[in-house]
Design a protein around this ligand. Sequence first.
Ligand code: NAP
Length: 547
Amino acid sequence: MTQTLPETSPTGAAVRTVDAVVIGAGFSGMYMLHRLRQQGLTVQVFELADGVGGTWHWNRYPGARCDVRSMEYSYSFDPDLEQEWQWSEKYPTQPEILRYANHVADRYDLRRDIQFETRVESTVWDDEAERWTVRTDRGEVLSAKFVVHASGCLSIYKTPEIPGLESFSGPWYHTARWPREGVDFSGQRVGIIGTGSSAIQSIPVIAAQAADLTVFQRTPNFAVPAHNHEFPPGYQEEMKAHYPEFRQDARTSMLGIPHPPAEKGALEDDPEARRRRYEKAWHDKDNTLVDLMAAYTDMLTDKEANDTAAEFVRERIREIVKDPETAEALCPKDYPIGTKRICVHTDYYETYNRDNVHLVDLRKTPLVEITRDGVRTTEQEFRFDALVLATGFDAQTGALTSMDIRGRAGLQLKEHWDEGPRSYLGIAVANFPNMFIITGPQSPSVLSNMMVSIEQHVEWVSDAIQYVQEHDLRTIEATPEAEESWVEHNAEVGNSTLFPTANSWYMGSNVEGKPRVFMPYIGGVGPYRERCDEVAAKDYEGFVLAG
Ligand code: NAP
């Protein structure tokens, strides 16, 4: 199907021509804009929110912080930026990260090319003009040579699939759309649905404020202690003195977080030695969320090895939580540790020792409906003044499949991804020329320090665009063969691990009707980068370049 570009938009305004449209002004979109502008392109960024920051703009729930250490969850592209910005603690809070995002936007004068409070409704490839037609909810129409989707892996939030939310008479809040002015739960009876990362961070904070908090848990999660702390004097200066080496280690590491490689399998150590390793990963105040799983080579490939770490965490839960029945309900038992995203907590398990906190195990008494007064399970109705939904996202593909994206001959991306995402390197899709995805499915993305993966993708994509421009080419497009072989490779690597045994959002299993496919690339950040660099060095092997 060919769509001829109209000369005016539906509002009568002229169709605006730019070199590139970037969708999203989170950390991906901001850096993409900066790079493309440096290359002399005209760029229009569209952002739904009224400010920059992406996920950190929206997720303002109590206790929200990053679970990657601040000094590595930051841009590395400008040594002056990384030297001048001062982080205050090990894990940065949402307000601190948002301040950083705003600082970056100001420092590089990004806002003049970002249009906020605008939803991109469609991006349609015009086969004749060989350009993208981009339409927004404000009635604007743009013609762009390139489109970069920087709309995030966790941006389409979901509410629980049970009836009645609209009948609840009190206020309800989704963790991913928290009111900017905050919420005061003092004196209130609060119910929270979900026990993923967002809930695990917010539950201790809400419990400390509310009169009463009831947690509705369907699947317990493994959480390791954050040991968050303010930086001791001199720490930041010392880190900054070695930033280049540290950043390089992150880029070549498996997860974008430097970590010495494990030397042996878990069962090769005797139980006492193994325990010492796990204890260190658990108690070390400078630990990270990868330490436990990175202790041995086979934690994510051998169930028996994995069980040793899972049991170690269950023992800690039983130690911390005083009521044995609650402790047992909080112990994950039906999926290997690490195959659902490990959470990082501050006083999460301890919170269940408070008199005003109650756990409802939905495995025993499932949710039936949300009522006018609260929540009904198969056992009873609970009455609440306010409800919190920490029920997650249509992850990795949601932002892309919810937009009308059409490539050659009108092919819809949603249709192309009917049986799961298909991409080349998680960056490009066959039949969608001049379209790039930052941290798309089938790239390390959510299995890595996002900042490292974002920078790698933005730099790779801007280099590819520069190549097209410098060689006077019209299009760059992944071949169906390259896409097919990347999809196969992705599945092969994913299926060699324990990940597919869990019902996780990595697998799409948290969204009804979504194909059950392991979506992120587990081959490692360093090896993946090498592959991408090799593709570029071979004049974009696996792409057709036309001009
Ligand atoms: P999530 O991990 O998907 O957790 C959603 C929770 O809601 C799960 O416990 C899920 O149970 C439950 N749930 C969903 N629908 C339900 C229903 N109908 N009935 C009962 N329970 C229901 O979402 P999230 O906590 O927002 O976290 C998503 C991801 O965002 C994280 O994994 C992480 O990657 C990222 N994140 C990071 C940070 C950080 O940096 N610290 C913080 C927050 C989030 P089931 O497990 O049974 O489906």
